[in-house]
Design a protein. Structure first.
Length: 140
């Protein structure tokens, strides 16, 4: 016996058809998002990474480095840049010196807050989309 829909059931069928279409659309959006996941991983890799400095704090140049972050580059490269920046900074005038040229292709900005015996510095070095930042105190 064929299934006959009453007039009362037709609006419910139309609703279910719209609901089914929305579910298909949602499934398509999820599938596209999953297909784009490698791109999302690349974007996450491009976000800033805190580089481990434990055990290296006093081996990177200044009195000690308290924080290093890298974006668009690796932590080993970022740590090498910190050391290169220190060598540039102290080449003239010793610990109180300033680095005014590019370091390993990066342009670096440094801000300092001073006290009578030391200064605390924040350095940000950029090269295109690559960013390396580090903090350090320096005894004077």
């Amino acid at each position: 016996m064929p299934l006959m829909l009453t007039l009362h059931a037709r609006p419910q069928v139309a609703f279910l058809a719209r609901l089914f279409a929305l579910l298909l659309l949602a499934a398509a959006v999820v599938a596209i998002a999953l297909a784009a996941a490698p791109g999302a991983q690349a974007a996450a890799a491009a976000s800033a990474t805190n580089c481990a400095v434990k055990g290296k704090e006093q081996k990177l140049g200044p009195t000690y480095v308290t924080k290093v972050t890298a974006k668009g580059t690796t932590c080993p490269s970022a740590l090498k840049l910190v050391t290169a920046f220190y060598k540039c900074r102290t080449a003239k005038n010793g610990p109180a010196g300033r680095c005014t040229k590019k370091v390993s292709g990066y342009a670096c900005r440094e801000t300092r807050t001073s006290s009578p015996t030391q200064f605390d510095a924040k350095v940000t070095c950029t090269s295109g989309k690559k960013v390396v930042a580090h903090n350090y105190p320096q005894n004077t």
